[in-house]
Design a protein around this ligand. Sequence first.
Ligand SMILES: Cc1ncc(COP(=O)(O)O)c(C=O)c1O
Length: 418
Amino acid sequence: MFTFEEKLFNKDVMSLDTYIMFKLKERTDELKDELTKKNRAPISLSMGAPTMMPPKKLLERVKELMDEPNIHLYATPRGELYFREAIAKRMKNRFGVDLDPVNEIFSLIGSKEGIAHLIRFLTTQKEDKFEKDIFMVPDPCYASYLQIIKCSGGYAYPVPLTPENDFKPDMEEYFHKLKEEGFNPDKVKAVIINFPNNPMGIGTTKEYVQSVVDFCRKHQILLISDAAYCDLYFAEDEKPFSVFELKGAKDIAVEFHSFSKPYAITGWRLGWVCGNAAVVQRLGKGKSTIDNGIFKVLQKACAEILNDPEGDEYIKQGNLGYRRKQEIMIKGFRELGWDIPDDKISHTTFYLWLPIPKRFNSAYEFCEAVLEKSGIVLVPGNAFGEHGEGYFRLSFVCSDEQLREVIDRLKADGFSYN
Ligand SMILES: Cc1ncc(COP(=O)(O)O)c(C=O)c1O
């Protein structure tokens, strides 16, 4: 006997749970009063959401634009032309990449929305695991990919990012492996890459991504490059690049960009997809039946900040802050007994990815203990894929004082590594 809900939704959708970050928030809210009473008011290091105020100029422009005629009407789903032109200019100045604002750029209501719709449009719902469309995803990866692929009816085939493969897995090797495991290689629709990476905070080399581009071209597989963190770096020699700096990428790739992190406007929901015109336009056609684009006040203000020296200065200052915060956290965790060699530290994004102390049986058990005792919200590594078990992720996005408080609490509450 099916329940009403089961009759309506397919098995993949029925198996979904609330997204990990919101589940952690619910759990934190449950414990809030109790924790506050024992002087352990929750400090959230779970969400990758910068907490500083957005650029002042951006906020002032938004207020001014509210009075412009016609600005409150529907926007065009593809993004106003001035918005796409500003993006093309930014991509040229930042990466030296040429993109046609008419055919190769489309606005998104946050990059997550765009990635979700693209995956949905690429997937034909199938029940049987071996008939499903396949997405080769990094493991660990941004947890949303796994859920989006699942509820779209696709199969997320994990491609491990490990110290053993220097976080540069050979795609041919995994393509071969999936064939051996009984999957149909013709079902591989896309490879997802995400550098700088969430949750580990690592970057990569152009040589490696070129090899992924070549692999995708050879097998006619779509390459989805998620560049949400491309402006978050604090060492010039680790400056992230765009996939379109590489030979042949436009033949098979699209890249997702976001305003969320560099300008600390995660709540505004703005991003863009760019690259292969056929894919961008097909995604755009689908999206045009679903949404009406981004509020024009935000488009205009963000188009302006994108190529404004004040915008760049804001990002630079933010990155200097992340460097300082990373230092605070690394020093603190070393004092707690974690072994963090200098040459293993990346200088991109605002994530720290560390092993759990050996005395805990799972990442979940460790994170739950730290939350219940110290009021600190961490994310268990297995939320990001199987290879994340035994690790936890924290986002150093709050104030320096709060970060020092985190270390003090962990010390006082006995959460040393050994
Ligand atoms: C790797 C990655 N991609 C995309 C996103 C989504 O960003 P947006 O706010 O643009 O939807 C996030 C957010 O945390 C992320 O970590």
